[in-house]
Write a protein that binds this ligand. Structure first.
Ligand SMILES: C[S@@+](CC[C@H](N)C(=O)[O-])C[C@H]1O[C@@H](n2cnc3c(N)ncnc32)[C@H](O)[C@@H]1O
Length: 275
């Protein structure tokens, strides 16, 4: 079983729990989606009640986060990586990995993974319109990478490079969850040229506001957020070749020419496996 109550690597959903807020649904609310409950909306509003610029400023940051995910996917495709393992998919309606990759490349392969049953309920939207066998969805828990890898190998060819996308998920891992060990397991079967992309909530950007906001959120959320500093996020990419411009705030990761680069509450970094 996953620690979220579902059989690992399966497509069997756990019950939808509305007694607490859940990360996928709070994030959906911030993105303006409808796959959320009162408990999620209240958690988001209370969390960001004292945030400079209010919840609208947070929503702009979340939209920029999705745009950065798109830029990372385009970077990988432009550099010959057309297979993606996107863990912690969430419920976003737009700019999903397969949509961005399919716009750039004729035959990308994408495996989505999440442990929230509401994501499974929306997975058909992710899979719709894609050629059979090119996009799949796994109900899995990142704490246990082996079932994820076993299932993913049915869609992805591990003899060719794979980009592992961990956007907005590793801050649900405390030090005791051993994120470095999980990453090592995930990358071990992948060949040279494979990549790891991380986005992570920061402890050292707007530190006072972040500490206040996330102690409020952690009191209401099923998952627990651990904020990390720039150097702690960079350490998660140790052993990989760090792609320029390194670990930077969201909008600074290879912005489109002329784009604004507003400050953010999130670090982003990409590494490539040399061998
Ligand atoms: C904040 S959302 C990020 C969505 C998307 N990746 C993005 O960055 O735009 C985090 C997602 O990670 C999922 N998640 C958290 N812990 C997980 C775990 N241990 N295994 C699988 N999914 C997890 C949540 O259910 C949620 O959908």
């Amino acid at each position: 079983m996953t620690s979220n109550g579902a059989p690992a690597g399966s497509v069997e959903p756990a019950e939808i729990d509305t007694s607490k807020a859940h990360a996928a649904r709070v994030y959906d609310y911030l993105l303006g989606g409808r796959a959320n409950f009162k408990v999620d909306r209240e958690a988001a509003e209370i969390t960001y009640a004292a945030w400079p610029g209010g919840i609208d400023a947070v929503r702009a940051d979340v939209r920029e986060h999705r745009a950065a995910l798109g830029r990372v996917v385009r970077y990988f495709v432009a550099n010959g990586v057309t297979q993606f393992l996107d863990i912690g998919t969430g419920i976003p309606k737009q700019n999903n990995v397969h949509e961005v990759a399919q716009a750039e490349e004729a035959d990308p392969r994408i495996v989505y993974v999440d442990w929230d049953p509401i994501v499974l309920a929306h997975a058909h939207q992710l899979l719709r319109g894609s050629p059979e066998g090119t996009v799949s969805y796994i109900y899995g828990d990142l704490h246990d990478p082996q079932p994820i890898l076993r299932e993913a190998a049915k869609t992805l060819d591990f003899s060719r490079p794979v980009a592992v996308m961990l956007f907005g998920i590793l801050h649900f891992f405390s030090a005791a969850d051993n994120p470095r060990g999980v990453l090592a397991q995930l990358l071990e079967p992948l060949p040279a040229g494979s990549g790891l992309a991380i986005s992570h909530l920061a402890s050292d950007l707007h530190p006072d506001e972040m500490s206040e906001a996330f102690s409020r959120l952690n009191a209401r959320l099923a998952e627990t957020v651990t904020l990390r500093s720039h150097d702690e996020v960079a350490a998660l990419l140790t052993g990989l070749d760090l792609v320029e411009p390194g670990v930077v705030q969201t909008a600074h990761w290879r912005p489109d020419p002329g784009a604004a680069t507003p400050p953010s509450q999130v670090w982003i970094g990409v590494g490539r496996k040399a061998r």
